[in-house]
Design a protein around this ligand. Structure first.
Ligand code: FAD
Length: 474
């Protein structure tokens, strides 16, 4: 059969991993095609993930800030919400600007984009079915699979009812439900809980594990848990949603304790909407990878080597579908690497750490080894902690509840991890990532002059606390 499209490199999926790979490959001179099932480029992150959620979190933060400003003598009236305008801001002013930008960048580089769902039919061919029903055969020399992930849909929920939402539905902001139940207290669940609480919903969160945001150290999560409590967000740990039924009156949910024989701390009730945010599943088993001979695990992940190659040497895979952490900045890094290797460069994965950030209020960010992990692995580490209550800047903006902690190897005093909780923690964590990548020691970090008065000072101070060069927090 004659191919409709021929190319040197095809990238399947246009999320942050896919578009970065395609653009880098084109910049390196490869004739590149980018296949995407949706009409806009950008994948989950730009269309229904990182970016729209941050735009809505900004709106929630404004409301929250205004509500607290009376404490410092500035009182505003109750906020008036224009939902259409807010949706327009998120969708057109923010997301739209960047999806248009990506199309422009693809054109500029002569990356051909093809709309449609792609599936392998052989090790060198993809069949692409467009929204118009048209099928095209694409023949490639090399391929980068960047088909991402999608929200896990718990089977015991009546998904045909629009009041049961995944994160994509929640970001649409159809309305502001009077009562919202969030199932799953991880990053995505808590970010959306923050949005809806800010916009006026009464929010309840249930989490199966014994802490919010499993994966982060418990102490980092506490200031967030405390603030949520103060705001009236009900949080129930070690709890799972058991029976879920839709009726005219709402979504009736009953609960079970996570441990056998336990009693849940929350009684069954009825909610106007329910957001299910219990994790994401990779799309590896939806692309007929077997027809190309590419191995996929039972869970749908595609194993790769340090050059992002699958078991089939001319086929690479990147982003959410190659494994945790499922984060955009990991996907872009991998995308660039795969494109460079495909173009013949001798490169491999060298990053030591991938930072994680929850853009909640306060933000929580962590990188490298956590204290919990260090304990479990029997690593000899020490901690330098700087409470933001001792930062005049943090107190001056009314946010002294945060802290910065650095984790060091006790023998070498090299930084191996760290976490920050507080406003802008997500921006501050980069310094720790850089310090880990550069093999910095506590003395280096403490001796680096940080500008005063900034939140970033807390990083230098935490290192000095560890070294014992400051003992009194002034
Ligand atoms: P994706 O972004 O998932 O893109 C894959 C693309 O492939 C999609 O466009 C899909 O339509 C397309 N595709 C799939 N199969 C096919 C096929 N067969 N044919 C054609 N096209 C196909 N990460 C962060 O780092 N920071 C954040 O703040 C953050 N916030 C998030 C908030 C939410 C609500 C969600 C859901 C996720 C968030 N993430 C965040 C995670 C982030 O979105 C993902 O890690 C990132 O998008 C992964 O990029 P990717 O390139 O692997 O795949």
């Amino acid at each position: 059969r004659k191919a409709d499209i021929e190319c040197r490199l095809v990238v399947l999926g246009s999320g942050p991993g896919g578009y970065t790979a395609a653009f880098r490959a084109a910049d390196l001179g490869l004739d590149t095609v980018l296949v995407e099932r949706y009409a806009t480029l950008g994948g989950v992150c730009l269309n229904v993930g990182c970016i729209p959620s941050k735009a809505l979190l900004h709106a929630a933060a404004l409301i929250e800030e205004a509500a607290h400003s009376a404490d410092i003598g500035i009182a505003f009236d109750k906020p008036k919400l224009d939902l259409d305008k807010l949706r327009d801001f998120k969708q057109n002013k923010v997301v739209g600007q960047f999806t248009k930008g990506l199309s422009g960048m693809a054109k500029q580089r002569k990356v051909r984009t093809v709309q449609g769902v792609g599936r392998f039919v052989s090790p060198n061919e993809l069949e692409i079915v467009g929204d118009d029903g048209k099928t095209q055969l694409l023949r490639f020399e090399q391929c980068i699979i960047a088909a991402g992930s999608q929200a896990v849909k718990l089977p015991n929920f009546p998904w045909d009812d629009p009041r049961i939402m995944d994160s994509t539905d929640a970001l649409e902001l159809q309305d502001i439900p009077a009562k919202l139940l969030v199932v799953g207290g991880g990053i995505i669940g808590l970010e959306m809980a923050t949005v809806y609480k800010g916009l006026g919903s009464e929010v309840t969160v249930v989490e199966f594990m014994d802490q919010l945001m499993p994966g982060a150290d418990k102490d980092l999560v506490k200031p967030l848990a405390d603030r949520l409590k103060k705001q009236g967000v009900a949080v129930h740990l070690k709890t799972k949603a058991a029976k879920v039924e839709a009726s005219k009156k709402g979504i009736a949910v009953s609960f079970e304790a996570a441990e056998d024989g336990g009693t849940p701390g929350i009684e069954s009730g009825t909610w106007d909407r329910v957001l299910v945010a219990v994790g994401r599943a990779p799309n590896g088993n939806k692309i007929d990878a077997d027809k190309a001979g590419v191995q996929v695990t039972d869970r749908g992940f595609i194993p790769v080597d340090r050059q992002m190659r699958t078991n089939v040497p001319h086929i690479f895979a990147i982003g959410d579908l190659v494994g945790q952490p499922m984060l955009a900045h990991k996907a872009t890094h991998e995308g660039k690497l795969a494109a460079e290797v495909a173009a013949g460069e001798k490169r491999e994965w060298v990053a030591r750490v991938v930072p994680s950030v929850a853009y909640t209020d306060p933000e929580i960010a962590w990188v490298g080894v956590t204290e919990t992990e260090a304990k479990a692995k029997g690593l000899h580490v020490g901690v330098g902690k700087f409470p933001w209550a001792a930062s005049a800047r943090a107190v001056g903006i009314g946010r002294g509840e945060g802290f910065t902690k650095l984790i060091f190897d006790e023998k070498t005093h090299r930084i191996v991890g760290g976490g920050i909780v507080g406003v802008h923690a997500g921006d501050l964590i980069s310094e720790l990532a850089l310090a880990i990548e550069m093999g910095a020691e506590a003395g280096d970090i403490g001796a680096t002059i940080h500008p005063h008065p900034t939140l970033s000072e807390s990083i230098g101070m935490a290192a000095e606390v560890y070294e014992g060069t400051i003992t009194d927090l002034y």
